[in-house]
Design a protein around this ligand. Structure first.
Ligand code: BGC
Length: 335
């Protein structure tokens, strides 16, 4: 944890440093007038959160270019959730001699293969959003630690799960709407290969248990981060378990949007006879939290993460030393 806090502090320093518009720290000075080719590979364009992320990344990088008198030629490609396709895209980036690659992996299990190719080509690599985990399940992934020009930028998904659980634990009835002494919940999971999905599923419930609250799992299904799947899973669970469902936890807001529609269709009302939680803090979900249509969400700071990714990529382009890990905090969002 200490390591994470330190890394967070570092990321913050970095953001603050670059936000101050110092061309020296962004390296504009020496490289002014230059053009750099930047390859960005996103796991899938059809993802609400990653769409916000990639748009912010592009506009922030262009802004930095203008500030520094440097042109960043940014090519962004859609992996269409297909690892073979993404591997091809990265190989093309290498052939095209990109100066830096920013990569949102389709599958973290393929991290080594891709890292090896990019490192062999001598191109700095900034991994984002999908964290490959080390053997002992923490941020000590060898492919990252062993390579000074490879880094990961993200948020600790355990924190987002914990925040979801805490939001429920902090409710006046602690999520136990029917007062039977336990919180009966439905879990709607993202892509199970993704550590964000694994940790949010685990730590939301752990936070309730750590607060001394008894829980009862009614259902746990994979919705693959998709709104329509979230709706389908919530609708089925509400049909099967009816009033017994007290809390619906969704690993992200897209699925919570779907679950919210299913809740309304079932004639249920968030805040009265059911609670609904998401992660990301999409604009429409923040609005719903405000209106009481969602109990809470957790800000997955796409601005902080994309800006850090760009700042680090620019450092690498300027031949400056980069760290292996940069962390951005989640923030609880309640009414
Ligand atoms: C976000 C999800 C998104 C996923 C993509 C997660 O951090 O919370 O909304 O679908 O990243 O990898």
């Amino acid at each position: 944890m200490f390591k994470k806090l330190m890394a967070s502090a570092l990321a913050l320093t970095l953001l603050v440093g670059c936000g101050g518009g110092s061309t020296a720290s962004n390296g504009g000075g020496a490289s002014s007038g230059k053009t750099y080719n930047v390859g960005v590979a996103i796991y899938q364009f059809d993802d609400n959160f990653m769409t916000l992320y990639r748009n912010e990344l592009k506009s922030y990088m262009e802004e930095q270019g203008k500030k520094n008198g440097v042109t960043y030629n940014i090519t962004i490609v859609d992996g269409k959730n297909d690892m073979a396709e993404q591997t091809n895209q990265v190989e093309n980036f290498i052939t095209q001699k990109m100066d830096v690659i920013i990569l949102n992996l389709v599958q973290t299990s393929s991290a080594d293969t891709v890292i090896d190719k990019v490192v062999a080509a001598g191109i700095p690599l900034v991994l984002i959003n999908r964290e490959p985990l080390g053997d002992n399940g923490d941020e000590s992934y060898k492919g990252i630690l062993d390579n000074p020009n490879v880094c990961y930028i993200g948020a600790d998904a355990r924190q987002s799960g914990t925040f979801q659980g805490e939001i429920v634990a902090e409710l006046p009835d602690h999520g136990d709407i029917n007062g039977d002494g336990e919180v009966a919940y439905v879990m709607i999971e993202g892509d199970p290969e993704n550590v964000d999905a694994q940790y949010r599923t685990e730590y939301s419930i752990k936070a309730l248990e750590d607060a001394g609250i008894k829980v009862k799992k009614l259902d746990d299904q994979v919705g693959n981060w998709k709104q329509e799947k979230g709706q389908e899973i919530a609708a089925n669970a509400l049909t099967q378990y009816g009033k017994d469902v007290e809390v619906i936890f969704c690993n992200n807001d897209a699925m919570a949007l779907g679950a919210a529609a299913a809740i309304t269709a079932a004639g249920r009302k968030v805040g009265e006879d059911i609670y609904l939680l998401g992660v990301d803090a999409l604009e429409e979900c923040v609005q719903m939290v405000e209106n009481g249509e969602m109990t809470g969400t957790v800000l997955n700071d796409h601005v902080g993460q994309s800006h850090t990714a760009v700042d680090v990529a620019i450092k690498a382009l300027n031949g400056e030393k980069i760290d292996n890990y940069y962390w951005v905090d989640y923030v609880k969002v309640t009414k």
